[in-house]
Design a protein around this ligand. Structure first.
Ligand code: PRT
Ligand code: ZN
Length: 226
């Protein structure tokens, strides 16, 4: 339909750590979305913009497969997904429209408190539980450390205690989760924040006009919140 040519389609996280900040940002930019969070697709009332609410893990692929024009996702998920898609032979092109000022976290290696740790070399031969095997492997390969990753998409922090792994590599914000699980953060391997990405292709002129209207507003709102 002509709608898909004329309305800018943006994928955002349906429900999670990026959702509130993303919705606040849109609201402050004057994008009015009244539909509730249960709607997969929400239409802005006052602008030709459609919001697609999905799992954050799906957002890079939706942009790279040209299903949406823009997406907001953590750089951690973006980079991990890109490396996975390269292995799978899927398209990985996108462009970064702008970095956003929320979603800050770090991907860190953590080990049991009682373990003596000096450097990443101490992880040689370890089993490491993580949701981010590609980011971890990139870093450890660079350091010449071989290891075995144990893929867990949740409850990563309980893996050492459960005897599933010797160490973990997980996202950290305050460190409270690690602390509560008898783990200490020993090395940061990747620092992340939320980014707005777009498909690597020219937009239809109608959509480009909406993008040109919204980009300065996004920048303005973020500058005001610094
Ligand atoms: O359902 P869906 O797949 O969409 O969500 P999700 O559960 O995969 O992701 P979600 O909502 O947890 O996180 C979305 C994005 O927020 C992440 O990809 C990061 O880019 C960013 N982010 C920022 C974080 C954190 N901070 C964070 N602290 N993501 C996760 N955490 C988790 C971490 O994994 C650990 O379990 O919070 C816990 C640690 O927090 P602290 O404060 O105890 O250190
Ligand atoms: Zn996710």
């Amino acid at each position: 339909t002509c709608d898909t040519q004329k309305r800018l389609r943006i994928a955002i996280q349906k429900s999670g750590r990026l959702t509130d900040d993303t919705e606040k940002l849109f609201k402050n930019c004057g994008i009015k979305i009244n539909e509730s969070r249960d709607h997969l697709l929400a239409h802005a009332e006052n602008l030709p913009i459609d919001i697609l609410r999905v799992r954050d893990d799906d957002i890079p692929g939706l942009v790279m497969d040209h299903v949406v024009d823009w997406g907001i996702v953590g750089q951690n998920v973006l980079e991990e997904t890109t490396m996975q898609r390269e292995v799978d032979g899927l398209p990985v092109a996108y462009k970064e429209v702008m970095k956003l000022n929320y979603g800050d976290c770090r991907l860190s290696v953590a080990v049991p408190n009682e373990m003596e740790y000096k450097s990443l070399k101490d992880l040689e031969g370890f089993k490491i539980a993580t949701t981010y095997p590609f980011l971890l492997k990139r870093k450890l390969k660079e350091m010449g450390v071989s290891f075995k990753s144990v893929l867990l998409t949740g409850s990563v922090e309980v893996a050492p205690r459960a005897g599933l792994a010797d160490a973990i590599c997980d996202l950290v914000c305050t460190g409270a989760t690690l602390h509560a699980n008898g783990l200490k953060e020993v090395d940061v391997i990747y620092e992340s924040k939320a980014v707005l990405i777009g498909r690597d292709q020219e937009l239809f002129p109608e959509k480009q006009a909406i993008a040109d209207l919204i980009i300065p507003r996004l920048k303005g709102v973020m500058a005001a919140r610094e």
